[in-house]
Design a binder for this molecule. Structure first.
Ligand code: UT7
Length: 312
């Protein structure tokens, strides 16, 4: 028995922070930020658990379910509310879910790691999983450092994954990490994000290309068979470079970073949820997901959209 995505939802803090707001107090400009990253604005505020609950609740509504129907919560985040306990415990309680819950930290690849994990646990006997990416990166970003402050934002998105579909949700996946490169992107406990932007950029492009080539080959499809590409939303120039090299069209690529900035584990589900809300996804569509981030982690997956024989 396979699984299917039956619900999705998102949550963004109300406060919009424009590029001009940074330009008013830092040595930067709207022109530089837009030209170098594609980001026009980002959201800031709230907490990782509150955003996760809001996104999770919207995903349950969309699936026509309540929390008690879910027996597994996986929260992908690099910015938990506390060191102990896992933020997913509060989310599990607030939504009234059953079964287990845990946080998963694979940075910007976290949502795809969580989706692959959920699919595996549904095969092992769980019935319904809530998979959430939620981040409050503004809390761990030095708002006076122009090289990182303008990049990151807060937000969350969630999907419901249910067991019982007639065929597989995940056609192919690739999870990886290069722990020798941790120093390129990190934050100490209680500290701020440090990033060697140029080198991370280079590795992001190189690694995503290799990882995507691998999953397309494993799924037995080519770039033209992809109906929607949902990349990690760090920098539109990374996405353009990957697409150009692989022959993936920007028209078939989901982009939210212009309005959200980089929301790490929340960025792929935010782009996916927005595309689904906009009616860009149809039953049977082939969706490509790919993320790269601190660790340095990466994760790609080819996913089949739609209920695919799910009885409920
Ligand atoms: O989500 C995890 C993965 N993260 C990423 O994928 C991020 C990857 N990196 C990037 O997106 C880009 O490297 C950045 C957006 C961070 C930087 O863009 P870049 O084109 O690589 O610029 P750069 O780092 O090569 O810097 C060019 C110049 C530097 O000045 P000098 O040394 O040439 O005088 C920077 O100091 O731009 C300067 N700079 C800025 N100028 C105006 C850096 N940040 C800013 C800023 N405003 N906000």
């Amino acid at each position: 028995m396979g699984s299917a995505i039956t619900g999705w939802g998102e949550a963004l803090p109300e406060r919009i922070v424009t590029n001009d707001e940074f330009a008013a107090r830092l040595d930067t400009s709207d022109e530089w930020i837009v030209a170098r990253t594609g980001i026009h604005e980002r959201r800031m505020g709230s907490t990782t658990s509150k955003l996760a609950v809001e996104a999770g609740s919207a995903a349950l509504d969309r699936a026509g379910l309540v929390g008690a129907d879910v027996d597994l919560v996986i929260l992908a985040t690099t910015t938990p509310d506390q060191a102990i306990p896992a933020t997913s415990a509060a989310v599990h309680d607030a939504l009234g879910c059953r079964g287990g819950a845990f946080d998963l930290n694979a940075a910007c690849a976290g949502f795809v790691y969580a989706l692959v994990t959920a699919d595996a646990l549904l095969r092992a006997g769980h019935r319904r999983a809530l998979v959430i990416g939620s981040e409050t990166l503004s809390r761990v970003t030095d708002q006076d450092d122009r090289s990182t402050a303008v990049l990151f934002g807060d937000g969350a998105a969630a999907i419901v994954v249910e067991a019982g579909a007639t065929d597989d949700l995940i056609l192919a996946y690739d999870l990886g990490v290069d722990g020798s490169a941790t120093s390129l992107l990190y934050a100490e406990h209680g500290g701020h994000i440090h990033m060697e932007g140029r080198e991370v950029f280079r590795r992001a492009v190189r690694t995503e290309i290799t990882s995507i080539e691998r999953v397309l080959a494993d799924a037995g499809i080519g770039p033209d068979d992809v109906d929607l590409f949902v990349p990690h939303q760090a920098n539109v120039r990374i996405i353009e470079a990957v697409n150009e090299r692989l022959g993936l069209s920007m028209d078939k690529t989901a982009i939210v970073l212009d309005r959200t900035g980089n929301t790490s584990a929340a960025s792929i589900p935010l782009a996916l949820a927005e595309a689904a809300d906009a009616g860009r996804l149809n039953d049977g569509d082939t969706v490509l997901l790919s993320g790269f981030g601190a660790g340095m982690t990466w994760a790609s997956a080819v996913v089949r959209w739609g209920r695919r024989g799910l009885a409920r």
